[in-house]
Design a protein around this ligand. Sequence first.
Ligand SMILES: Cc1cc2nc3c(=O)[nH]c(=O)nc-3n(C[C@H](O)[C@H](O)[C@H](O)COP(=O)(O)O)c2cc1C
Length: 161
Amino acid sequence: MGLEADYRLAMQRLPGGVAVVAARAGGRDIAAVVTSLVSVSLEPPTVLVVIHGSGRLADVLDVGSEWAATVMAAGQGGTVAWIAEPGRPDIGQLQGIDARPGEATGAAILDGAAWLECRTTAVHPEGDHLIVIGHVLAAGTGERDGALVHRLGRVRDVTSA
Ligand SMILES: Cc1cc2nc3c(=O)[nH]c(=O)nc-3n(C[C@H](O)[C@H](O)[C@H](O)COP(=O)(O)O)c2cc1C
């Protein structure tokens, strides 16, 4: 087996928390499911997210852009599957999904477990992805409990407190 296949198999075993990153561009919501949202710094609050270079978010998360990340909750696997569906149209990406525009950025915050609003301060291309650094402008928790964890190609609920 080649290195890429070995790498994929190894990384599939690492559980990843599931979030939805969304930005507003050209009057539309552009959104993607990610497992790559990571806290970088507390002072000041800073995160990073790793975005595929050919995905639609890659075009809109450049330096100075504003976006939101929603930490998804238990029971939201269906919403995540819908948002991650390949070949979704650009229009109405979040149609039918409970969401509101963030006060700081206007980007869509979903009805999830927690949320952040961010402004991109740096973008570092690495391989076929972009590492996007975001300063956190606002943060809060949602009404929903638990979490979603991605492992071995599946998204599962985590419901224990
Ligand atoms: C559980 C899960 C985790 C994902 N994590 C990432 C991620 O961290 N970064 C990323 O660019 N895409 C990730 N994707 C794929 C994106 O959700 C999306 O399908 C892809 O970026 C294509 O975007 P597009 O709609 O602009 O074509 C993930 C998908 C799933 C189902």
